[in-house]
Write a protein that binds this ligand. Structure first.
Ligand code: TXA
Ligand code: MG
Length: 452
């Protein structure tokens, strides 16, 4: 396939709809102004309707790689761009309940959408409390796919159901509205890589493979939507994500929601330090070592020092990702080296004059050299061994929201710096919040899970 020239079109100004305007009213004003952002949306919408090359666009969770969910050739384009096998079902993104009704009741046609709304709702009642509480938002529900469904078969991977969500991102709903199609959209990363939370991440993975990336700035949530199945009894969470299980439990009919996903290392043990032993997902090039929460910091420090000394491990540089408790530099840095660290802590989101969140997701690691004290008692180290190794250390902040928001970006940042290994501080995930999604992604990314 000839390389395509990929353009990033800025649309940050359209992050938030004006107060008290519907998406349709907003688009009417915006398109009549003829702004460059409106032109970008119109171009992307046209491509979504007519071409088979998917479009990168922001949602509140992660960037999506969108295609018209009703056209097989367009949906196949997603798999081609991501280089991913087409055996996974894709989430369908809608701008309204009416768009779901058009999928569930295709015969009624567009004009009759309002009569469908007036009739009893076509969506199973179990979902009503979730929809009114969490939509638009990072929650995906499974619905029965009707026999004459307009959805391309590639979207459902031949399952009798489809997953659908209405994104909280006003921009995403605007794009769906203008395209006037339900959009199938997985995360816009290359297969196996961490999910993208900025347009630059999408560009890094997919340039040359797609034509357009709409840049709406960094994503606010940072992990994908929670996927729930309310068609089974009891209902189940199939993927932890932006909405926590405790929030679901507080909804009528969802008190007994069960966990229907497996975390690869729920029972973590020290496992052999052999690379490439397990299927990886969300993974940077570097080896990822995840310390389960509660790993004592002195034991962690001993573990890392052993790795640094161990020439067989062959480390040139290491990355550290701190969350709640680890100290800056993990005890490897001198006081002087640490005096740099204060300014590096991420600040909470702030609002600009338009009321838009200014998310500070630019993670700049502190870096320092650490001297290696080889073990002279066993054998004198050859003089060719490096006397120091480079450490890059970054903090995601202590609250779960900022950890989720910065997680994938941190893995990508350290990968760009070509570290050999990334040590990550895990967080407790038994409180039923976003932490379950964070640990689920980290356990998939990690080659080694450690509890010490
Ligand atoms: O936050 C998100 O949901 C992101 C952004 C871009 O919106 N999208 C996303 O989409 O993660 P995708 O297509 O990668 O999600 C696919 C996952 C599947 O791996 C599965 O867990 C679940 O959604 N899923 C979708 N349809 C399903 C179905 N019919 N039955 C069971 N699970 C389904
Ligand atoms: Mg994904």
């Amino acid at each position: 396939m000839a390389a395509r020239s990929t353009r990033i079109l800025p649309v940050q100004r359209l992050r938030k709809a004006p107060e008290n305007q519907s998406i349709a009213e907003w688009w009417a004003t915006e398109s009549s102004r003829g702004s460059p952002e409106a032109a970008a949306v119109a171009e992307a919408a046209e491509a979504l309707r007519t071409s088979d090359i998917p479009v990168g666009f922001p949602t509140e969770t992660v960037y999506g790689l969108g295609a018209d969910a009703t056209r097989s050739s367009a949906v196949q384009g997603i798999y081609k761009a991501k280089q991913r096998p087409s055996d996974n079902p894709l989430i369908v993104h809608v701008d309204s309940i009416q768009m779901i009704h058009r999928i569930l009741n295709p015969k009624e046609g567009k004009g009759a959408a309002s009569s469908a709304t007036r009739e009893s709702n076509l969506i199973p009642p179990i979902y009503q409390p979730l929809i009114s509480r969490f939509w638009p938002g990072p929650l995906t529900i499974l619905l029965p796919n009707p026999p004459d469904s307009p959805l391309a078969k590639e979207v459902t991977a031949n399952l009798p159901t489809f997953g659908v969500r209405m994104p909280a991102s006003d921009f995403a709903r605007l794009l769906i509205h203008v395209a006037d199609r339900p959009l199938a959209a997985p995360s816009a990363n290359a297969s196996t890589k961490p999910s993208p939370t900025t347009a630059q991440h999408v560009y890094h993975d997919l340039h040359g493979r797609i034509d357009l990336i709409l840049d709406g700035g960094p994503c606010g949530v940072g992990v994908e939507s929670t996927v729930v199945d309310g068609l089974s009894d009891p209902p189940a969470v199939l993927r932890p994500g932006g909405i926590g299980i405790e929030e679901l439990r507080s909804c009528p009919g969802w008190e007994n929601v069960k966990i229907g996903y497996h975390d690869t290392s729920l029972h973590v043990k020290e496992v052999p330090r052999a690379p490439g032993m397990k299927y990886r997902h969300y993974s940077p090039k570097a080896r990822v070592v995840l310390f389960e929460p509660g790993s004592h910091s002195t034991s962690v420090l001993r573990y890392v020092r052993d790795d640094l000394r161990n020439t067989a491990v062959g480390l040139h540089s290491i990355g550290i990702v701190r969350t709640k408790y680890w100290i800056p530099g993990l005890g490897l840095a001198s006081e002087e080296q640490l005096s740099q660290t204060k300014k590096q802590e991420p600040s909470p989101p702030q609002q600009n004059e338009n009321g838009n969140d200014q998310l500070n997701t630019s993670l700049t690691p502190i870096s320092f050299d650490v001297p290696i004290d080889y073990d002279h008692d066993i054998s004198p180290p050859p003089s060719s061994l490096p006397k120091t190794k480079k450490v890059y250390d970054l903090s995601l902040g202590a609250d779960t929201e900022s950890i989720a928001r910065g997680l994938f970006s941190a893995l990508r940042t350290l990968d760009e710096l070509n570290v050999d290994v990334i040590y990550i501080e895990g967080i407790p995930d038994n409180e039923g919040d976003l932490a379950a999604a964070v640990m689920n992604r980290l356990r998939k990314a990690a080659e080694v899970g450690v509890r010490i």
